[in-house]
Design a protein around this ligand. Structure first.
Ligand code: MLT
Length: 266
């Protein structure tokens, strides 16, 4: 892992390969950059690939100490990293929470973005039900129930097929989620709950987009991805057969193929 201090935060990130535009991979909640290992291995022989740990996850500390975390704050940090590395504009791929950060990046730092991959994510803000669930999760984690919250997520993020037949993928997802600190989980839950709606933004996205979704994604189902791709001016939709919400972990070969074809456009 490399480190760069961005606005006082020591951001840890994977940096592999050469070639521009670089690909910046933004991880899901509550995972870290390690979820992209298969993508880094497959794509870095052809392209520079950068995958940061967002604050509070993996090896990047939650910051600023005592400050408020937001998707915009995460995007500011990613923009700072892109600038620091001199790789603007980059192709930015975000999965789920990483997609929420990508929307904030498109809104606040469009000059940093050459293209976007929106994987297993949604432009809409939280529904009242989801917001309520996050509030309950915050309380549960604060009361010491981090392991229970993570275990419930293992159940909802992976497809039935993955859970039934691929114990190694289940174990990897569980391990990636278990390293998150309680503070990081609480901060990100509150930040996701407070994120603005990005639906109106879609029509104004003026860079090429790839929308990827697992066929059995529960939290961000294919219908959501289809609507998002339809609202984007220049988007291709790729549905990954057999995968759930963590499509890059559940079907890395299909995910990598979709990413590689998209990168060929640049
Ligand atoms: C994720 O995978 O990042 C989460 O499911 C996002 C969310 O809870 O909205």
């Amino acid at each position: 892992m490399a480190t760069a201090v961005i606005s006082g935060t020591p951001v840890q990130f994977v940096d592999a390969g050469e070639g521009s535009p670089a690909l910046v991979l933004l991880h899901a909640f509550p995972l870290h950059s390690g979820m992209w290992d298969d993508q880094v291995a497959a794509l870095s022989p052809h392209r520079r690939v950068v995958a940061p740990d967002l604050p509070g996850f993996g090896s990047t500390p939650l910051s600023p100490a005592g400050g408020t975390v937001s998707m915009s704050g995460f995007a500011d940090l990613v923009a700072g990293l892109i600038d620091h590395l001199g790789i603007a504009p980059a192709v930015v791929a975000g999965l789920s929470m990483g997609g929420y950060v990508t929307f904030a990046l498109l809104r606040d730092h469009p000059e940093m973005v050459a293209g976007v991959v929106l994987a297993d994510t949604r432009a809409a803000a939280d529904s009242p039900e989801v917001a309520e669930r996050r509030t309950a999760q915050v309380a549960e984690v604060a009361a010491g129930g981090k392991a229970e919250v993570v275990e419930a997520m293992v159940g909802t993020l992976l497809s039935d097929e993955t859970r039934a037949r691929r114990p190694e993928v289940v174990e990897r997802a569980r391990a990636l989620m278990s390293t998150a600190s309680a503070e990081g989980i609480i901060a990100a839950l509150e930040a996701m709950r407070g994120r603005p709606d990005a639906v109106e933004q879609l029509a104004a996205v003026d860079v090429p987009a790839l929308v990827v979704v697992g066929e059995h994604d529960g939290p961000s189902p294919p219908a959501v991805a289809e609507a998002m791709a339809g609202a984007l001016p220049d988007a291709h939709l790729e549905v990954i057969g057999g995968a759930g919400h963590l499509s890059n972990l559940e079907a890395p070969a299909a995910f990598n193929d979709a990413l590689a074809s998209f990168l060929n456009r640049f």
